[in-house]
Design a protein around this ligand. Sequence first.
Ligand code: GLC
Ligand code: CA
Length: 568
Amino acid sequence: MAAVQKDFKKSVVYQIYIKSFCDSNGDGIGDLPGITSKLDYLARLGVDYLWITPFFPSPQRDNGYDVSDYCAIDPVYGTMRDFDTLVAAAHERGIGIMLDMVLCHTSTEHEWFQRACAGDERYRRFYILRDGRGSMRADDPGEPPTNWQCAFGGSAWEWEPRLGKWYLHMHDPSQPDLDWTNPEVRAACADVVRFWRDRGVDGFRFDVVSLLSKPEVIEDVPGDGSACRSLVADGPHVHEYLQELVREAGIDGMVTVGEMASSTLEHCIRYSRPESNELSMTFNFHHLKVDYAGGNKWALTEPDIASLRDIFRTWQERMQEGGGWNALFWDNHDQPRAITRFGGRELVGERGGSWEHVGKMLAIMSFSMQGTPYIFQGDELGMTNAGYASIADFDDVESKNNYRILLEGGATEEEALHVVNERSRDNGRTPMQWTAGEHAGFTTGTPWLAVPDNHVRVNAQGEEGVPGSMLEFYRALVRLRHELPVLAEGRVRFLDAGVAAPQVIAFERTLGGVRTVTVCSFDDAPCCVRGLELAGMQCMVGNYDEAPAPAEDGSLELRPFEAAIFLR
Ligand code: GLC
Ligand code: CA
C-alpha cells in the first residue's frame, strides 16, 4: 500500500504542472528531475502531497491530457528511473505523490484508437462511434450525429474515414472519448491505475471523471449544443464505474480527488462520502464562473461576490451535512490566476498594493474552509496572469480556438487579445518563477511558454525567508492548518456580515469549545462588518501588517481586500 498515508482531511496538496515547474536539461520544458531538484523547497513549504499533471507519452495537443500510452513516461519528461527516483526522494521527505489519470478519453495516437482505425472490432468497441445524420452510404459522413459542442469550441464529433463513423470527443478532436459501458474498457483502465499503484504512488487525481458515463440516448440538446456537458455530467452509471475502478485497481484507502466538470452538489456528496467508496474529495468549478458574463467564459464581467458567497455557503454547508469533502482551490492549470481575477492587479514597491492583499486574502479563505486546500504552483509566490502582447505568445488550443471565434463574432484583434489575456488557461501555465534572473530560473534554454515580466519582483528566491512575503505567509498557513484541528475538522457555518459589507464573505468553524471566524473582504474600498460575534476574539492571521481589532460592540473596520482569521 501507499508509502505515505496521511489523513487527507488534515493534508495540504501542491499541484505541479510539470511542463512549467522546473527544467533540468535546458530544453525549455519542465521535467521529472526538475521536480526532484525542488523537493526541499516543497518540504520547507510543508505540503503533504504533490499532484503531478500528466507526463505520459502524448502528442501534446492538449499538453499531456491527450495520452498515447498510459504506462510509460514521455521522454521529454524523463525516464521510469527518474520517476522512481522522484517517488523515493519524496517519500524520504514524507511527501506523497498523486498521479493524474486521464481515463475519460485517450489520444487518437493511442494504440487502442489506432487499432480501431485499422479495423480491429475489439478496439472499435472502446470508443463511441455513430453514423452521420442524413448519411446515405457507409462512406458518406453526412452531418455530425448531434449538435453537441466540445469543451474547446466546435462540434464534439469528428468523422474518421478509416472507422467509417463519427467518434465522440468531449474535448479536442485528438481526444476520443472511451466507451465506459464496455467492461473491457473499464478493466483496461483499472489495469492502468493498478500499474501506477504498484509502482509506489500514493494517490490519484481523476481527470473529468464526472463525464465517464454518457447518457443512454445520445441526442440533440437545446440551444447551441454546449449544454451537452451538463447532460453528460454525473451520467447513469458513473458511481458504479468509480466503485468498480477503486475495487479493481485496489486503491481503497489511498487519497483520491475527482475533477467534477459540470457536476451537481448531490453527486459530489455521493462521489466523496466515505460510505460510497469512490473518492476522497471532489473539485467543482462553480465558484470560478462568477466573472463569466451570462455564463460565457469568453465574455468578461467583474466577479459577482454575492453569488460567490452563495456558492461557497451552499457547497460548504451542504457538503458537510451530506458527509462529503471538498477540494479547495482558486487556481490550477485550467484557470487564469485568481489574484488577477479578484482585483490584485496593482503590484507596488517591495510590499503592499492590492496584489499582496488579494493573494493573501484568497489564501486565508481556502486554508480556513471545509475541505483540503490545494496550492497551485506559484500561488505561494503570488504569481499573476501573463499579460501577453500578442496572440502568438499563447500555446493553449482552447485559447487559440476562442480567439478565432471572437474575431469571427466581430471583435477587433485588440478586443479578442484582451479577452484571451483575461481568460486563457496559459495564465496558469507560465513557467514557475524561481528567481529574478533570466527566464525566472526555470530553464537555461528557451522556455516553451514566455515568462511574465514581473518575475523580477515575484519569485521564490526573493521571497524566501523574507518576513511578510507571500511565500512565508503560505508557509505559516500550511503550519496553522496542520496544528489547529478546528480548521481541518471544525463545523462550518456561513455568517451574515451585515448590509454595509456586501463584498465580504465570513464564516465560522467550531470544534469542541474552539471557534474561529474568517472574514474576507473582496472590496477595494474600506467597509465595516457587523454581527459576527467577534467580541473577545483574537486575530490569529491577517493580511495587513497590523492586525484588525474588533470594536467594543463587536463591529470591525476592514481595509481594502483585508482578511483575517479570529480565534477564541
Ligand atoms: C481537464 C484538464 C484539462 C484538460 C481536460 C481534458 O479539465 O484539467 O487540462 O484539457 O481535462 O483532458
Ligand atoms: Ca526538460
